[in-house]
Each structure stands twice: as C-alpha cells, then as structure tokens.
Design a protein around this ligand. Structure first.
Ligand code: OGA
Ligand code: NI
Length: 362
C-alpha cells in the first residue's frame, strides 16, 4: 500500500476515534455506505466467495445439557468437544434466564446512552477496569470491525472492582451476572479438569478463574454487511470464554476442518470456547480454535464474552503444560509463560494478525 494511502487511513481512524461515539454513532447519523476503514481488503472478500453458504457442511457444535445424565457422560461430552471443536453450547447451565436478560438489557442501555454520557468511559488504556471503545486494536488491525465494546474487569473473589465504577445503567445487572458466570466457570473448569484425567479442582486451583473480564459487545445493523466484519478472526487468549448473546440469528462462526461453520444459537444456551492458555496448559489436548463474527443487516446484536484469563495485575504467575500430562510419549509442546507478559503481547497486537500461542512453542 502506498504511503499516502496509509496516511489517509490513519487520519480516518483518528477522526473516527475522536468522535468517541463508536460505530453506533455512525449508524445514528443515518449512513448507508460503509466507511472505508471498515471495508475488508478485496483479496479477503474474494476468498469469502469461495466458501459459499451452499457449501457449508451441515454440522453443529455439540449442545451439552449440564443437568442431564450422569456426570461421567457430561465429562465425556465436554472432553470430546474441547478436543475437536474447541467450542460447545451449554443448556441448563444454572444461570437464570432473568439474570441473562438483565445483563443484555444493561449492555443495551449503556451503548444506547447519549454520547456525552458514554464518552466518559472511552479509553484505550488496558489498565482501566471499566472502559468503552470501538475496536481495542483500531490502529493495528487491517480492517476495523463493525463493533463497539464496553469492557469490565471484575474480580469478585477479592473485590478488586468497586461496583460504583460501573455505569449506573448496567451496575446491578453486571454484578449479578458476574457472580453467576464465575460459578458456571468453575463448574466448567471441573468438568474440563476431569476430562484431562486430573482431579476436578485442578484448573481452579491453578487460578484459571481467579479474574474474569466481561467484554460487552454491541454490533449495530450494518449498512453493507457483505463488505464488513463484526469481529475479525482470532482465538481467545485466556483459558475459557463463556458467551451470552441476544439474537437467535447466527453470526458467530468457528473455523473447523477448513471451513467457517455457523454456530446456530440455541434458545437459553451459552456458547463456551477453549482459549489459548487452556490449550497451553493442557499441552495441546484441548483446542483453542479461531472464530469470528460476521456483520449483519439486522441489529443490534449484543453479546457478552466472559473471559477467564487468570489473575490480573503483576502477579508474576507462571503457566506451562501441566506436569501430569507430560510423558515420554507426549513431551511438553509449549514453554512456560509469565501471565502479564503474555497478555500484554496480546493487547499490543492486532487481533487479526497474531496468535499469542505461536510464540511459546517448545
Ligand atoms: C470475543 C468474541 C464473539 C461474539 O469477544 O472474543 O469472540 O459473538 N466474541 O461477540
Ligand atoms: Ni473470541
């Protein structure tokens, strides 16, 4: 790309960022053409045509009923999904529907507030516990994603986050959801530990669920969805992600066996996926697969991704492949990492160009 084009893009990105109104601000202005910074490169769009919908394999990620059947069978379903898809959905997960609906409503209220109110939270500083922005990697990615995000670092275990830091419109709903989702996270970590043949407490004792972060996404209806992307392809850096979404229209896709597969939403279900750190500590047994969100003409789509990413702050905590999983036949395939270094590497890169795990092959 010519320098002048680069320069123009930078300026357009800065202008957009300075509005602090996000993608929502663009749709409110009634635009019907997609601004250039959101248009995917021609080679990527051409690639897309090769994966025509009609070709899509009619397969689905497993839907697992957490209250049905014997524990051994549930562990087996979780293990099998984690080793292949890296994704599954859960029903009867124990989070009341009213709590999920409340969380979605709170996120909607936040993103639909006036810009003057919302602006107070606009920040690109990863150390802020509560911050709102459009595209955390705006200045690093090739294409901006059609999405705004409110991110919240909650640490209910040690009460790091004072609820008064949260916007009033979503305060109570977030505190409530956060408590429930942490509990579900621990339940899932137990099942996943057992699936590795370890004691159920193993992953929790390693503090995989010590801190969690809620990324509350808002994807407005997109004027030219075929040219845009909702969230560019990536894998999640943490251990485990629990995703709540408001629409029953599929938008999230996982890259599986060389094609993009729709994750068809199931009423009342949550989508679970394995992150890079769990792939690392399980020594590659569980898979952190790439996924993305396509842009849609119908909106807004609201989703809340809860990342269990281990302890926050300068803990110096080290993670590596779990000793019990290392044998002569299956030696460690990853190195040890210091959690802060690893997460900073992730935060300082463009989502579409980087997989943190690639740096830590043994
Ligand atoms: C993410 C993510 C999916 C979604 O936040 O990492 O993949 O549906 N989100 O918003
Ligand atoms: Ni993700």
């Amino acid at each position: 790309m010519a320098d002048s084009e680069q320069y123009d893009r930078m300026k357009l990105l800065k202008d957009f960022d300075e509005t602090k109104a996000g993608v929502k601000g663009l749709t409110d202005a009634g635009l019907f053409k997609l601004p250039q910074i959101f248009v995917r490169p021609p080679e990527e769009l051409a690639e897309e045509l090769k994966h025509d919908k009609a070709d899509q394999v009619q397969v689905q990620v497993p839907v697992i009923d957490l209250s049905g059947g014997r524990r051994r069978e549930i562990v087996e379903q979780v293990r099998s999904a984690a080793e292949t898809w890296g994704f599954f959905q859960v029903v009867s997960h124990g989070i009341p529907q009213s709590v999920c609906d409340g969380m979605i409503d709170g996120v909607r209220r936040f993103h639909e507030m006036g810009v003057d109110e919302k602006k107070k939270y606009y920040s690109r500083d990863a150390r802020e516990s509560v911050r709102y922005s459009s595209n955390f990697d705006l200045f690093k990615s090739k294409t901006a994603s059609w999405r705004d995000t409110l991110s919240i670092s909650a640490n209910l275990g040690t009460h790091l986050l004072d609820p008064h830091q949260l916007p009033a419109v979503c305060r109570d709903s977030t505190v409530e959801y956060s408590k429930h989702v942490e509990k579900l996270g621990n339940t899932l970590l137990e099942l996943l530990s057992e699936g590795l043949g370890l004691k159920p407490e193993m992953l929790r004792e390693m503090e995989c669920s010590k801190g969690h972060r809620l990324h509350c996404h808002y994807y407005p209806a997109c004027p030219e969805p075929q040219l845009a992307i909702g969230t560019t392809k990536h894998s999640d850096p943490g251990f485990l992600t629990i995703l709540l979404q408001n629409q029953l229209v599929s938008a999230l896709q996982v890259f599986y066996k060389d094609s993009w597969i729709d994750i068809q939403p199931v009423q009342g279900a949550l989508v679970i996926n394995i992150g890079d750190l769990l792939q690392l500590v399980s020594n590659g047994k569980y898979r952190s697969n790439e996924h993305r969100v396509i842009a849609n003409g119908i909106g807004p789509r609201i989703s809340v991704a809860c990342f269990l990413s281990g302890p926050f702050g300068n803990t110096g905590k080290i993670y590596g492949p779990i000793q019990e999983l290392i044998t002569q036949e299956s030696p460690a395939i990853y190195k040890e990492i210091v959690i802060e270094d690893y997460l900073m590497k992730f935060l300082n890169s463009g989502l579409d160009s980087y997989r943190a795990l690639d740096y830590y092959k043994a």
